[in-house]
Design a binder for this molecule. Structure first.
Ligand SMILES: Cc1cc2nc3c(=O)[nH]c(=O)nc-3n(C[C@H](O)[C@H](O)[C@H](O)COP(=O)(O)OP(=O)(O)OC[C@H]3O[C@@H](n4cnc5c(N)ncnc54)[C@H](O)[C@@H]3O)c2cc1C
Length: 473
């Protein structure tokens, strides 16, 4: 329907799903540049699982892929957790479903989700969408009459593109956003990320790869099940907060299991120098499982030598579109405009919701980008700001990086949960639970949580005053 030549930089969840959304509405000349070698190429430190909730499913429903998603995922309705205590005993429980009226959400590894989107492109949209893997965008040049995107492929060949519509879905270090930050007027400051503090920002993580099936005890008589989540508890050592290995469920029984180790930057585990030291360390901490059977010397060496990553500060930029003088239009989606630690599981879901907001703006402007893009930005910005605020307080202590703060946070959570059941018209449930309700926007959730904070503060202040009066009298 539209002859816009579209170039999308980044073939992560936002890039591939945006390409599909545009193709589905009749756009027919869409190219995606992705620097990885394939959709499902394995990146150890990006091998976490996504929980695609009702918010993320809005675009998946629209693309007709929910059935396929369900077929390769573990639904929250079947989420069972086995805790392996340090004495070797096992405790299995079904995690309570907070709101039975909520849409079922699906757990699957990032690589499987990307593969799902790419398979859909390959099977049904090859005519409209070209995905160029091993192709990295190097530079974006704006001349008087066109926008030129310079990229290089795996053989270092230089490729040039001149799109009418450029979409930046290239993640936290987006070259598209950084280029716009250079182009914008010094006063406007729309494309510079505004960063905020969070108790989980700066935590270091590395992923330990476990076999698809591993022994749950030292006698090797009981083995893991792929669709089961595990919490392997570690002994407390040297006054550090106890270690723990958390494994999320995967549908595919042949996939390796990933345990993310998330600790402060100065944690002793990051100071280990060799694979052998790591194996000895883990054997001491997790005496209940046969570490030497589960983790090969090669995997231990890889873990020790891997750089790992750090949780980013919650951040966003106010600008999500740019209309160049040469008539080219530019939009930004996903981590390129909002990014935060993974505490609230909204990274992928918020990126997928950006696409729905862009789609609605295109619907109401009949695909006129010069009208749709300002609408996309003004409709999405309030939610983006609220999302970043929520990311700072909704569930930041789950990594046990500060046990005292975690206790205080848990008390606050429990008070809100109980009071919201007794006085639902006055007190909202904890923000983390409200986030799971896709019918509420991030802004509505933030406003409800903030109103509850004011009410609870007033109740607390009134209580303190009454107590003071009693003491004085
Ligand atoms: C440790 C960790 C755990 C996380 N856990 C969760 C979680 O449990 N749940 C959740 O929802 N979110 C999680 N996230 C966040 C989540 O990964 C992101 O929010 C989500 O992937 C955003 O999607 P995106 O497509 O915008 O960006 P990305 O997934 O970052 O995709 C960007 C893509 O662009 C490509 N690219 C970048 N620059 C270029 C270039 N110059 N040329 C060509 N290609 C380029 C990259 O290779 C990448 O494929 C986690 C993040 C981290 C770091």
């Amino acid at each position: 329907m539209d002859n816009n030549k579209t170039l999308i930089v980044g073939g992560g969840p936002a890039g591939l799903a945006t390409a599909l959304m545009l193709a589905k509405r009749g756009w027919c000349d869409i190219t995606v540049l992705e620097r990885r070698s394939s959709a499902s190429s394995y990146q150890v430190d990006k091998s976490y699982s996504y929980l695609i909730d009702g918010r993320g499913q809005k675009i998946i429903d629209l693309l007709g892929l929910t059935h396929n998603l369900a077929a390769i995922s573990v639904p929250t309705t079947e989420f069972y957790l086995t805790e392996i205590k340090t004495d070797g005993s096992l405790k299995k429980r079904k995690l309570p479903i907070v709101d039975p009226n909520r849409k079922t959400a699906y757990w699957l590894p990032r690589s499987e989700f990307l593969n799902l989107l790419y398979e859909e492109i390959k099977q049904n949209w090859q005519e409209q969408i070209t995905v160029l893997f091993n192709t990295q965008c190097l530079e974006i040049i704006s001349t008087e009459n066109k926008l030129e995107i310079v990229a290089k492929d795996a053989r270092d060949n230089i490729l040039k593109f001149a799109p009418d519509f450029l979409v930046g879905c290239d993640g936290i270090n987006s070259i598209v956003r950084q280029t716009l930050a250079k182009w914008e007027d010094s006063e406007s400051d729309l494309f510079t990320m505004k960063e905020f503090s969070s108790p989980s920002a700066g935590l270091k993580y590395k992923t330990l790869i476990l076999p698809a099936k591993f022994s749950l005890n030292r006698d090797c008589t009981d083995f893991s099940n792929s669709t089961m989540a595990y919490a392997i508890r570690g002994l407390k050592t040297n006054n550090t907060v106890p270690y723990f290995l958390g494994l999320l469920p995967v549908k595919n029984p042949d996939l390796p299991r990933n345990a993310n180790i998330i600790r402060r930057e100065n944690d002793p585990i990051w100071k280990l120098k060799t694979g052998q030291e790591l194996l000895e360390f883990l054997t001491e901490i997790f005496p209940q499982i046969p570490i030497e059977e589960i983790i090969s010397p090669e995997e231990a060496a890889r873990f020790v030598n891997s750089k790992g990553g750090y949780f980013p500060k919650p951040q966003y930029c106010l600008g999500s579109y740019f209309l160049a003088k040469n008539d080219c239009k530019i939009a930004l989606l996903g981590d390129a405009i909002h990014c935060f630690p993974p505490d609230i599981g909204q990274g992928v879901n918020s990126a997928l919701e950006d696409i729905i907001v862009l789609k609605e703006a295109l619907d109401s402007s009949k695909d006129d980008l010069s009208v749709a893009l300002p609408l996309y930005q003004s409709n999405r910005n309030p939610d983006t700001k609220a999302l970043i605020a929520l990311a700072r307080f909704a569930y930041p202590y789950q990594y046990n990086q500060d046990p005292i703060a975690k206790k205080l946070w848990s008390i606050n959570f429990t008070i809100r949960l109980l009071l919201s059941k007794i006085l639902p018209f006055l007190i909202a449930p904890p923000a983390f639970l409200m986030i799971q309700n896709e019918q509420l926007s991030y802004k509505q959730i933030f406003n409800k949580a903030a109103k509850t904070t004011v009410i609870l503060s007033l109740i607390l202040a009134a209580g303190c005053l009454s107590l003071l009066k009693i003491v004085i009298n």
